[in-house]
Write a protein that binds this ligand. Sequence first.
Ligand code: PHE
Length: 346
Amino acid sequence: AQLYAEIEQATVTNKEQLEQYRLRYLSKKGAVTELFEGLKTAAAEDRRALGQQLNGLKNLAQDRFQAFQEQVEAAEQTTAAQPAFDLTLPTVPNLMGTQHPLSIVRQRIIQIFERIGFNVADGPEIETDWYNFGALNFADNHPAREMQDTFFVEKTDTPSQDILLRTHTSNVQIRLMEQVRNSPGGFRPIRSIMPGRVYRNEAISARAHCQFHQVEGIYIDHNVGFKDLKDTLYHFVKELFTKDTKIRFRPSYFPFTEPSAEIDISCQICGGSGCNVCKYTGWVEIAGSGMVDPNVLTNCGIDPDEFTGFAFGMGIERITMLKYQVRDLRLYFENDVRFLRQFEGL
Ligand code: PHE
């Protein structure tokens, strides 16, 4: 009975154990054979019953041997078919986020201006009329106010106190000039850029959106001239695009600059041969600019007889379109990963 239990509980997982099992229970010197030997010396009347029991034991031992043998063989076959490591399997995909194209270009613009001594200034997106229009020399009833369709948050009886979503980041220029004028050490030169989100009440299309991003800049010091404006923007365009990008200054009008110019560059999409982005002119406008109007300096408490300056402003969406051949600016806000993934690693 003891041997019976032992055989029933025996386990075999590999070839060596299988051989040990065979030697122990089934071989000529094994435990079962030994018991059969004992049968010869048993009393004659017990022999029949004992023989039956021993045959049962032998059958059990043989059946289990067979089952173990099959198991071990099957296990050997699967390990042979599958090595522990399959080095040809693809890796688990690494789902890293990408920088948004507008962020890439904003960073690049900041980098270019920082290298030539501009710092970065920030200001509110919800603004009073004064900082967005009034201080920038937009007369109360001046038609220039209608140049930029505005989202009003609150209309008041005093137009300069109306609250609105800023239509450009020029509000930061005004705040900066005020701050510098009021600083304890007195006036110090300003050389800053102001990246940020702006809002205009415009129908959304491939070329316009009701929210977009700008980088404006301002430089105020003794003897800043139009030459400095041109030098700075030439440098910027050639750094951001290529050395052979062409630039032209076109006379324009802004209430806050005099004289004013719009800056066109040679079309980066068609290389000047004509396409719908440059409307077949070969030129695309990328920025507005000009010498800060003396009235603006006066509004900020800076003496226009002592200081002069230039300012400029550009839309990041438009610049990104030209840099990365994006033909529809709605793509920037849809967050379609098929679009965003194309900027991976830039
Ligand atoms: N503020 C102007 C705009 O948003 C851009 C600009 C800035 C033009 C500075 C001239 C000088 O369109």
